[in-house]
Structures are given as C-alpha cells and as structure tokens.
Design a protein around this ligand. Structure first.
Ligand SMILES: Cc1cc2nc3c(=O)[nH]c(=O)nc-3n(C[C@H](O)[C@H](O)[C@H](O)COP(=O)(O)OP(=O)(O)OC[C@H]3O[C@@H](n4cnc5c(N)ncnc54)[C@H](O)[C@@H]3O)c2cc1C
Length: 332
C-alpha cells in the first residue's frame, strides 16, 4: 500500500464554476494533506471544465487533474466510473474525498467496489489518526442519535462529505500549482444510458443553504397555510423558510426545505425554530447556526436546550406579534 500517496478531492462544477461543495472539499482536503505532509490534488471530470483547474489551485490544490471530454458533458455513472478508476490507478491517492451529492453518492460506492476498497458515505468530519495516519471518518449512525468513527484499512480510503461540513479556504490567486490533463479514452458503447431531459429545481428567493436567516417550522405549524406566516417573516428578514421532516412529508412545504440528517445542513447567522421539538435528527442539520431562537409551547422541548433565546408560548400568538414589531422597526 506504500505507493498510495496524497489526498484527492473530486470537484464538481455548476454553471461553469466550481460548486460550493468542491471549494469546501479543497479546504478540508488541504488540512488532511498538510496533516499527512503530502500533496492535495483536485480532479475535474466533465466537458469544457479545463479552465476550472486553475480555480481549484487558487482554492488550495497543489495539482489539478483534468479529464475534459464531450462524452462527459452530463454525469453518467458508466462513463464517470471508468474515468475515475483510470485517474485513481494513475495518481494512486491515499485518500479520495467527494461531496455527498447525487453524483458523489452514486460514484463513491461503485468506484470503491471497482478498486477493491471501501467508501464511507455522508461523513460529517474527517481527520488523520496521528498514530496510524489512517483517515478517521465520522458519520451519523442509528438514525442520527449517535456518531461513529470508521477507519478503512485499504487504499484509497474513500469518503463522501456532507455540504457545509468543511470550510473553504479564501481564494488566493497567488497559489501556484500544476495542471495535468488525462485523456478520457472512452468507448461510447460503454455508456449504456443517455440523458433525455434536465429539469432545473425551481427555487424562489434565497437558497436555504445560502440564507443568513432561516425561519424553520415543525409539525406544530399544522398546515401549509400556517407556513405562509413563516414565509412572511422570512421575507422581512431577507431569509428562507426551512422545516423539519413532518411538514415536508405532509406536503405543507417542498421536500427541499427539510433541514437535518436526511435534509440539508445549514449554518445561518440566525435560525428561528418555530413549533419544532429539536430532535437530534433535525439538530444535526442546524446546530452550526450562530444564534438559534425557539418558539415552542412546551417548556421542556429539547430545542430550548439548543437555543440562545426562547419564547414559551403558542406560535400563533407569538409569531404575529414578533412579525408586527419587526415591521414597525423596519418602517422607522
Ligand atoms: C433516519 C431518520 C432520519 C430523519 N431525518 C430527519 C431530518 O433530516 N430532519 C428532521 O427534521 N427530522 C428528521 N427525522 C425525524 C425526527 O426524528 C423527528 O421526528 C422530527 O424532526 C420531528 O419534527 P418536529 O420537531 O417538527 O415534530 P415534533 O417532535 O412532533 O415536535 C412538534 C413541536 O411543536 C410544538 N408545538 C405544537 N403546537 C405548537 C404551538 N401551537 N405553538 C408552539 N409550539 C407548538 C410541540 O410542543 C413540539 O415540541 C428523521 C428520523 C429518522 C428516523
């Protein structure tokens, strides 16, 4: 195993730019590589993505491997697994990190199988064990009620990492690195699927992941109508609306609004938690918020243990009073 060396971050692109998950992986990967005293490389796979190699270097990579081929225009499992297997066999990284995205979730386990190694999906934290120098992969288990650390004894050690779990470095144009092109060499007949149509997700207003203020509602809101009041408050605060799982399951809000273990991880400045109990599964998605404010009628609700400020009361009374006061203050 001695020939495996370095950390590799699989970088995804969106709309011609490095996706935020990619800059996060480069930030986290840089730390892992420094702890090992080894190099961090980025790998970019796609069509027309060569210009992003330099960006990956500005965000922390020592080297950027680029596989640019029209056949890689859209993510297709067959093509990407073949290409990534080739890249890994050529570069032989000790650690390969990917985002816990639809691509990462599909690619990581298939690649691990091909390479005769293992993959840990949905990690919250990665670190280097000071003694063994193996990758410590922390991820939620038992439905988010506990966290376990996994160690893989085969190389490359592959892990997917959840959004916002790692912090990007400042973009630094003075960072120098090497860009290396690898030919895809794909046989088109190896790709057994084709993309028929792409439907972009419609997001009104600010994306939950980017919002600095989130007004989140739980089961206690009771209806889609109730969530309209949360929307009004979030609009005033230039924020976004989030939810626990029950309102999403009940169709009161879109599934994309779910925050938590099986939803999104958010880290806003202000998280207003309305009529939600503060389950561990929900908190694993919002505990990184700078300030949590809770409104709940049950003084024993767990959310009060997590919140900096709290109001014990019926949200139907508290929220309109809060919203009206805010309107008054904003009008001044
Ligand atoms: C594998 C797994 C993954 C999961 N993933 C997620 C996830 O990603 N995100 C997530 O959120 N959940 C997730 N869950 C579900 C999670 O366990 C909880 O069931 C869920 O978070 C509870 O949502 P809640 O707080 O809205 O509802 P409840 O726990 O029922 O709490 C409702 C709260 O509203 C309060 N309330 C009711 N009426 C009012 C009122 N009029 N005024 C003020 N307060 C009021 C109540 O006092 C109570 O505290 C997951 C569960 C499992 C098993």
């Amino acid at each position: 195993m001695a020939e495996y060396k370095g950390v590799m971050a699989f970088c995804e692109a969106t709309e011609g730019k490095l996706a935020s998950i990619s800059t996060e992986l480069l930030g986290g990967g840089r730390k892992l590589a420094d702890d090992l005293g080894q190099e961090l490389s980025a790998v970019l796979v796609g069509s027309g993505i060569s210009s992003l190699a330099q960006e990956a270097i500005f965000f922390g990579a020592d080297k950027a491997y680029v596989v640019d081929d029209p056949l890689l225009q859209d993510y297709q499992t067959d093509a990407y697994v073949i290409v990534m297997e080739k890249v890994v066999n050529q570069v032989m990284p000790q650690i390969l990190i990917m985002g816990q995205t639809s691509i990462g979730r599909d690619l990581a386990p298939r690649l691990a199988f091909r390479l005769n190694t293992a993959a840990s999906l949905g990690c919250l934290e990665l670190a280097i064990d000071p003694g063994s120098k193996l990758l410590l992969q922390t991820k939620p288990v038992y439905g988010g009620n506990a966290q376990a650390i996994f160690v893989c004894q085969t190389y490359p050690q592959i892990a997917t990492v959840r959004a916002k779990a790692m912090t990007p470095l400042e973009r630094d144009q003075s960072r120098q690195g090497e860009v290396i092109t690898i030919k895809a060499g794909l046989d088109p007949s190896a790709i057994r699927t084709k993309v028929v149509e792409k439907v972009p997700e419609k997001v009104e207003g600010i994306r939950l992941e980017d919002a600095q203020v989130i007004v989140s509602g739980g089961r206690g809101i009771g209806s889609a109508e109730g969530f309209k009041q949360l929307e009004e408050l979030s609009r005033l605060l230039k924020g976004a609306v989030g939810a626990t799982r029950p309102p999403c399951d009940n169709g009161w809000v879109p599934a994309g609004a779910q925050v938590g273990l099986t939803g999104k991880i958010v880290t806003p400045e202000l998280y207003i938690a309305v009529a939600l109990s503060g389950s561990s599964q929900h908190m694993s998605g919002c505990s990184g918020s700078k300030t949590i404010v809770a409104i709940n009628k049950d003084p024993e609700a767990n959310i009060f243990r997590e919140a900096r400020f709290g109001v014990v009361g019926d949200w139907k009374k508290v929220l309109p009073a809060f919203t009206n006061k805010l309107k008054e203050l904003l009008a001044e």
